[in-house]
Design a protein around this ligand. Structure first.
Ligand SMILES: Cc1cc2nc3c(=O)[nH]c(=O)nc-3n(C[C@H](O)[C@H](O)[C@H](O)COP(=O)(O)OP(=O)(O)OC[C@H]3O[C@@H](n4cnc5c(N)ncnc54)[C@H](O)[C@@H]3O)c2cc1C
Length: 402
């Protein structure tokens, strides 16, 4: 090989196996059964009513789905990350709102407390979260800190035995039912990203106000709100990780979170494909089922390549995380591609359904609305591309000519 040509490794990651273990298969079957029997009957109704599905979330907790990769000793199910991704995929195949409720709770709240919390914090907060007795929410985004999440304006000022929080967090998933918040705030604004800290905050503490539920294009049953902190006192022992190291916690958390959203997108893409295949075999025009027409077949084929490539990327990122190997680039690739795949598949599924696809009665209309968010939250597609390029060029620096 030309010594100046970088060797860039493409998937599959070295050592990656394509076979799911018996446990991973069992998780898929268990979650699929649950989603089909308990969630499918209510999915259209909660999309219509925008109601948070308290009863099915309770059942998810009974199945261990609110503490999926949290070890048994902290009340979790002790699954690997690939099983977690499969579970989110299966929930989202039936209802993307359930997918994001579980993904935000597990990836964005259980994970940082598991990885950065001390024993007392884990006992007090992680165990009830993992058992699903408490719901968690993640508070990073602000009016002026979206893609540039490091630009935190919320402040946390030490005062005696507490930090006093002031600021506004936007778009908080699970905000309404949440008891436990992981909140990021500037503890030293002069230091920029190096002056951010993470806190575990009890949502019913004085000085915390949740706004009314946001009205959204999709994922209607996911509860999204603004949360305002106004002189909210957070005990010093609730500092999560080290002082001024919160941005590291946020980025490590998003690494796993993006896999969860990628899995959510994969589930929507899969559901779109299944709905399109079913309809193509039922609908007749010109005395033939439409699935006999090449135009329809090509759309189905286009959807297959989207779904299959998305699944490979999602499982690869999950597998690398399970191996304790670098996966920042792979998580962003999975999130970027699976989210666009979901949007494209839902779009094509509507096309296969013709005018009926535009009606709420047919599921693909919901899939299309639900898919769109996956390209936006936990980093837009543009942000994922920035991450991928930054990681690539970290591995293969671009040398300026002398
Ligand atoms: C339904 C929903 C749920 C959410 N849940 C949560 C949650 O639970 N917790 C939480 O903290 N946040 C949450 N978010 C926030 C979400 O992560 C942000 O909306 C997202 O990161 C984008 O930030 P922004 O909306 O401020 O867009 P902006 O950052 O303002 O981006 C606007 C546009 O500019 C582009 N852009 C920005 N910077 C660059 C750049 N440097 N180069 C190229 N393009 C750029 C973006 O890609 C986008 O196209 C949620 C959002 C929604 C809609």
């Amino acid at each position: 090989m030309n010594p100046t040509t970088p060797e860039i490794v493409s998937p599959p990651a070295p050592g990656m196996s394509f076979a799911l273990t018996e446990e991973q298969q069992a998780v898929r079957e268990m979650v699929r059964d649950f989603a089909e029997s308990e969630i499918r009957p209510i999915a259209a109704a909660i999309d219509e009513s925008h109601e948070f599905p308290t009863a099915t979330v309770k059942k998810m907790a009974e199945l261990g789905l609110m503490g999926m990769f949290v070890p048994d000793e902290h009340g979790g199910a002790g699954m690997d990350y690939l099983s977690y991704a499969i579970a989110i995929e299966e929930l989202s195949r039936v209802c993307a709102s359930h997918g994001v409720i579980a993904s935000a709770h597990n990836s964005l709240v259980c994970y940082p407390i598991l990885a950065y919390g001390n024993a007392a914090q884990q006992q007090k907060y992680l165990t009830p979260l993992a058992r699903g007795e408490h719901i968690g929410a993640y508070c990073l985004t602000e009016p002026n800190a979206g893609s540039n999440a490091a630009n935190q304006q919320t402040t946390a000022v030490a005062d005696g035995d507490a930090f006093v929080l002031n600021g506004t967090k936007l778009f908080v998933t699970n905000a309404g039912p949440a008891h436990t918040l992981v909140v990021y705030a500037a503890t030293d604004r002069a230091l920029g990203p190096r002056g951010i800290s993470a806190f575990i905050v009890e949502a019913d503490a004085p000085g915390i106000t949740k706004s009314k539920k946001e009205k959204k294009l999709g994922i209607h049953a996911s509860d999204t709100r603004e949360i305002v902190f106004s002189n909210a006192r957070v005990p010093k022992e609730n500092l999560l990780g080290e002082l001024n190291k919160g941005y590291t916690v946020a980025l490590a958390t998003l690494g796993g979170g993006r896999i969860g959203i990628a899995a959510q997108a994969l589930g929507i893409a899969q559901a779109s494909l299944e709905a399109a295949v079913k309809y193509a075999g039922e609908r007749k025009q010109f005395d033939r089922v439409i699935g006999e027409f090449d135009a329809i077949r090509h759309m189905l084929a286009d959807m297959v390549i989207e779904v299959d490539t998305a699944r490979l990327l999602v499982y690869q990122a999950s597998w690398l995380r399970d191996q304790g190997r670098a996966h920042i680039k792979e998580a962003s690739l999975a999130k970027w591609h699976a989210s666009e795949a979901a949007t494209r598949c839902a779009h094509l599924a509507i096309q296969v359904h013709g005018g009926y696809g535009y009606l709420s009665e047919f599921l693909v209309e919901r899939y299309w609305r639900d898919a769109r968010i996956t390209e936006l939250y936990e980093g837009t597609t543009e942000v994922q591309k920035m991450v991928v390029a930054a990681q690539l060029l970290k591995e293969h620096p671009v040398a300026s000519p002398a």
